[in-house]
Design a protein around this ligand. Structure first.
Ligand SMILES: *Cc1c(COP(=O)(O)O)cnc(C)c1O
Length: 375
């Protein structure tokens, strides 16, 4: 059994996929070929956003957003402690200071009360200038953007939606990747919509920022191809990946997103009496980048993981070390007890296999094994 079965997906899409890939190969338009604009338009349309800029990874996408806002040393950027490293890494790459915020134990997303607290503390300390809130759509569930937006407006901060796992989610019918002043996503193969390698994209409705990020992602290009007007980077999406993503987006819209939601609903139905299953608040829709459950303790989790492994069922721990305990951030000298919920989750969460191609039979077997391990 696969944790995220990309082989079944490829087999389902094979005819169309092989043709799309071979067209690019035969055209020789490998870098910035016409499929890039087509893919950007299709993704912008899906998220109902004016601009989509394809780039080389979800990490670069976050970095490009911070570059457009000129986030720099002396700036504070607020980010949840319970996330993938890249969400916080990019802040330090810009020389700014990450301020870690705890998360909500039900949604795994940024805790708005703690966000307020951390902003107040930062202002009181007087050393850093608060600039940006990075809110992550963890495991496919959009963050609480209504409350986040209120805090951002009160303190005049930008909202950066890290939608690396969020593409396809919704709040009251509005698509994820539309909630930030700038939003980013990732096309890493295991994400809700993945390509066959690294890839990412940036969404915004702001023309000025879009123009800046368009420039930054191709060596700070100006209107003349060989007059570079700012220091940028090389972060283009390969044309071949754009062609792959067009095929994937079609399947995602037609059935994958619906199917993965059926899988999640079935898990919840079968497991809700024995573990803490994911909570999707009223009006929210998840794209199920992960199906993450919580158990009582680290020991129980270890036992559960071992039992599942013995049954040939792969699991994963997202994430075992919160950001405020990452070795790379030791230099910040942060107080250990700043994000107790993130600490607890790091010890008690475990993610089960989930993808649109998981059969009911496989799922029943997984649920049986979970029950057996926990009884
Ligand atoms: C995957 C991920 C990223 C980084 O995306 P890459 O394409 O791997 O660079 C950033 N943030 C979150 C929350 C992610 O899950």
């Amino acid at each position: 059994m696969q944790f995220r079965d990309l082989i079944s997906q490829y087999n389902a899409l094979k005819g169309e996929m092989d043709q799309a890939i071979m067209e690019v190969v035969a055209s020789s338009a490998y870098v910035m070929g016409p499929k890039i604009k087509e893919m950007e338009a299709a993704f912008a349309d899906y998220a109902s956003m004016k601009h989509c800029i394809a780039c080389n990874s979800g990490t670069d996408a976050l970095l490009l957003a911070l570059m457009a806002w000129d986030v720099k040393p002396g700036d504070a950027v607020f980010v949840p402690s319970f996330t993938f490293f890249a969400s916080a890494e990019v802040i330090a790459m810009q020389g700014a200071t990450p301020v870690f915020v705890d998360v909500n134990p039900d949604t795994y997303n940024i805790c708005v009360a703690d966000l307020e607290r951390k902003i107040e503390q930062t202002l009181k300390a007087g050393k850093l200038t608060p600039r940006v809130i990075i809110a992550v759509d963890l495991f496919g569930l959009p963050a609480d953007f209504k409350a986040i937006r209120q805090v951002a407006e009160k303190h005049r901060l930008y909202v950066l939606e890290d939608g690396a796992q969020g593409f396809g989610g919704r709040i009251n019918g509005k698509e994820a990747c539309s909630f930030g002043d700038i939003t980013t996503t990732s096309f890493f193969p295991a994400k809700p919509v993945g390509c066959y390698g690294d890839g990412g994209a940036i969404f915004t409705n702001n023309d000025e920022w879009a123009a800046l990020m368009e420039s930054y992602h191709i060596h700070g290009k100006g209107s003349d191809r060989y007059d570079n007007v700012r220091i940028g980077m090389n972060s283009r999406l390969d044309t071949i990946q754009a062609a792959i993503l067009l095929v994937k987006l079609k399947a995602f819209k037609e059935y994958e997103l619906t199917d993965v939601n059926k899988v999640a609903a079935r898990y919840t139905e079968q497991l809700k009496d024995i573990v803490k299953t994911p909570i999707v608040p009223e009006g929210y829709y998840s794209s199920w980048a992960q199906y993450t459950i919580q158990v009582e303790s680290k020991d129980i989790r270890t036992k559960l993981q071992e039992t599942l492994k013995a049954h040939g069922i792969p699991t994963a721990i997202y994430y075992p070390i919160p950001m405020h305990r990452q070795t790379a951030f030791n230099y910040l000298n942060i107080n250990d007890n700043l994000c107790p919920v993130s600490d607890r989750l790091a010890d008690t969460v475990i993610s089960l296999p989930i993808h649109p191609y998981l059969s009911e039979k496989e799922q029943d077997m997984i649920c049986c094994a979970v029950r057996e391990a926990l009884k």
